[in-house]
Design a protein around this ligand. Structure first.
Ligand code: IVH
Length: 707
């Protein structure tokens, strides 16, 4: 964690400040808090601890309390939705969430089985059945249902107390809001693992990298980062999944065995991992682990071992716990998947944003059933830390990580002849200077950058690929291969060129290309024409401005409403118009980093001209600006219970159209709770905070519409 930057005014107590000092310190704190907000909310990468952040906020508020004229209209203390205290509320687990003891060797497993027999004092002819199942590499989660309705979702935390992540968990498709079937106990805590599929993780990382956002090391970190979001809509956009495998408090236990419980969990609406089996001896357990180990690389998700659990629940109860782990279960871990191989070369890859990533090109080697030929070296600092040279033998690993990592240089093997020099020139044909990126506070970051921007052909093709990608212009039939080919031939150098392909067809003669016929060329042109009309948010996202991912693009589109309004404002910001800058800053989700990135992008004349040419080819549809003249504009609304006159999505969209903010949980900031039948804990919360509770009809009356 980075400590807040010191400043000469920081050392003064608020009580002792002169008005001038207070003004300076207030402005400095404001800038710093905004930076932290941005790091936290937009990049999932907090730069200070919650306590440090709260201290900054308190000091800021204290200054305003003493010098009220500093509390301007756009003071942070007035900002709706800016959370003064961060972090999540704490939840005490009704039944503690325990962890598992580990077995690493075959001997550990036979010991485990023998211990159980001894403890239960079993006769030699009595066999113990175990459920054997994969150990999912994610985060454990406890979901509490009351009368079948999800009321609280909590992380494990220290096992006794976790964090309330209910609003975020509700966005997971795998987590039912209501349990199904007849066998649902009144109080029912379901436990299991939140995780991310490997393919989803890679795709998310790619999107994040393209938008200049945070890139995660592995699916587990990615799942954790996606869950710890203050804004549930960010979690909703992340592909999180859930496997149920255990339980906490239950007002009645619907089965007598672990295997019966797994089946029951499936019957009430959960995904349970299909790879489970009953084993009756240590040999069968070991065979299971071996078999799952072989399948590991082909599974869609990361696992780091298997778990064995005594099947009979009455025996589980008798066996009980040793400190914080059950005696009736054990995790049999896989050995880290490592292998040694030779670094043939170190290649520098250029990403869309110009970031240079060194990649070790390896002598192909099999690690955990997968042939590995590349391993990331992350950045220049990492190469220096490892001391890796071309020609070295290195250990690589895929321990839960989809992207293989270089762990260390094998010093006993012959070393490469010379230390690796990170190139000073970009490998792109422009051979531009490489610079280290500057991060907030003027420090040098770890990432190196090509300075060629869009003049750099590497960045250009990456940029074009982003432009046509699914979440941007989404042009069918224009993928990586086609973009590269069209670029090489000089047909498409910038986005606007895509839209003039048809009129240049005589010259280009696309159908003469291998793989193209009359029909496919026609289809491609039609697919391009179909995208000549585009929403403002997609258009902004497609431009590929650093730090402008989808969420930010939506915020900008909603904030300005039309391309013209956005474009005019941006040009003013480029011209250093303070008012325009402040206006942009005041938008929800937009902070200094985004504003600077937008200004840099439009500050480059070749970008401006390319955008102009593109705008001439398409029709950009206005975004709906949030209304300010409705009864619910600026208000925070929570919908709960079963809505009968509209779906949840409809209700949310309607409220947002009317300028309201829709939240998943009730707090003292909530203005209205709209409750349908079956509403549970949120009603109680509303009462506690004195929040107005409306029926669906009241809601329609309030917004002046009939149901
Ligand atoms: S059973 C009382 N089953 O592993 C024991 N845990 O190291 C309850 N985990 O915190 C846990 N897959 O997050 C169990 N199939 C599985 C699991 C599993 C992953 C995690 C869980 C737990 C950790 C313990």
């Amino acid at each position: 964690m980075k400590a807040p930057r010191p400043h000469r005014d920081s050392k003064f107590a608020v009580d002792e400040m002169t008005e001038r000092q207070a003004g300076r310190e207030h402005a400095r704190l404001e800038a710093e808090i905004r930076e932290h907000d941005e790091a936290y909310y937009q990049k999932d990468a907090p730069t200070v601890s919650d306590a440090e952040y709260d201290a900054l906020r308190q000091r800021y508020n204290a200054i305003e309390a003493r010098f009220p004229n500093l509390r301007t209209l756009d003071s942070l203390s007035r900002k709706v939705g800016a959370a003064p205290a961060r972090g999540f509320a704490k939840v005490r687990h009704a039944v503690p969430m325990l962890s598992l003891d580990n077995a690493f060797s075959d001997g550990d497993v036979t010991d485990f089985a023998a211990r159980i027999r001894r403890f239960l004092n079993l006769k030699p002819d009595e066999s113990v059945a175990f459920v054997a199942e994969p150990k999912i590499d994610g985060l454990s989660m406890s979901l509490r249902y009351e009368n079948g309705e999800l009321v609280v979702a909590a992380t494990r935390g220290d096992g006794t107390e976790g964090e309330d992540v209910t609003a975020n968990i509700r966005t997971l498709k795998d987590v039912p809001h209501k349990l199904k079937g007849k066998r649902v106990p009144e109080v029912c805590e379901v436990r299991g693992e939140v995780y991310m599929n490997k393919a989803d993780f890679l795709a998310l990382n790619k999107r994040q990298a393209e938008a200049g956002g945070q890139v995660f090391a592995n699916p587990r970190n990615s799942a954790a980062g996606s869950l710890r979001q203050k804004d549930p809509s960010i979690t909703a956009s992340r592909p999180l999944r859930f496997f149920a495998y255990a339980w906490g408090e239950l007002s009645e236990t619907p089965a007598k065995t672990q295997s019966g419980m797994i089946e029951w969990l499936g019957s009430i609406g959960f995904h349970v991992n299909p790879i489970w089996t009953l084993c009756h001896s240590p040999e069968e357990l070991l065979a299971f682990q071996h078999e799952v180990g072989l399948r590991r690389a082909t599974l869609d998700y990361d696992i780091d071992g298997v778990v064995y659990k005594v099947d009979r629940l009455d025996w589980q109860e008798r066996l009980g716990f040793v400190s914080r782990t059950p005696r009736w279960a054990v995790a049999h871990k896989f050995a880290a998947e490592r292998a040694a191989t030779v670094v043939r070369d170190i290649e520098i890859q250029v990403g869309r944003t110009g970031a240079l990533t060194p990649v070790a090109k390896l002598e192909p080697v099999t690690v955990g059933g997968v042939v590995v030929q590349n391993a990331t070296l992350h950045n220049q600092d990492e190469i220096e830390r490892l001391g890796v040279r071309i020609g070295d033998t290195v250990t690589i690993q895929r321990a839960g990580d989809v992207i293989p990592q270089v762990v260390e240089v094998v010093q006993e093997k012959p070393r490469g002849p010379k230390a690796y020099q990170f190139p000073k020139k970009c490998p792109c044909p422009l051979k531009t200077d490489v610079v280290r990126e500057v991060i907030a506070g003027g420090e040098e970051g770890a990432r190196a950058h090509c300075t060629g921007e869009f003049a750099c052909p590497f960045q250009r093709t990456q940029h074009l690929m982003h432009f046509v990608s699914r979440r941007a212009f989404d042009i069918e039939g224009l993928g990586e291969k086609q973009i590269e080919l069209f670029y090489e031939r000089g047909w498409v150098k910038e986005p606007a060129d895509i839209f003039t392909l048809r009129e240049r067809d005589q010259k280009i003669n696309l159908k003469s290309l291998e793989g193209y016929g009359e029909t496919s060329v026609g289809n491609l042109y039609n697919a391009i024409d179909a995208r000549r009309e585009i929403s403002l948010e997609r258009f902004i996202y497609a431009l590929g401005i650093r730090h402008v991912g989808e969420t930010t693009a939506v915020a900008l589109a909603r904030g300005y409403g039309s391309w013209k309004a956005f474009h005019d404002a941006v040009l003013k910001v480029v011209d250093k118009d303070e008012e325009a800058r402040e206006e942009m800053d005041a938008l929800d989700q937009i902070g200094e980093t985004v504003i600077d990135a937008v200004a840099d992008y439009f500050g480059e004349s070749h970008n401006r001209k390319a955008v102009e040419r593109l705008v001439a080819q398409v029709r950009i549809l206005d975004a709906e600006k949030p209304k300010t003249d409705t009864a619910v504009a600026g208000r925070t609304v929570v919908f709960t219970g079963t809505l009968e006159k509209m779906t949840r999505d409809e209700a949310k969209a309607m409220a947002e159209r009317l300028g309201a903010k829709v939240s998943g949980s009730v707090s003292k900031k909530t203005d209205y709770v709209v409750a349908g039948p079956g509403a549970g804990s949120k009603l109680a919360e509303a009462k506690k905070h004195g929040v107005a509770v409306l029926t669906e009809d009241d809601w329609f009356k309030l917004i002046g519409r009939s149901a």
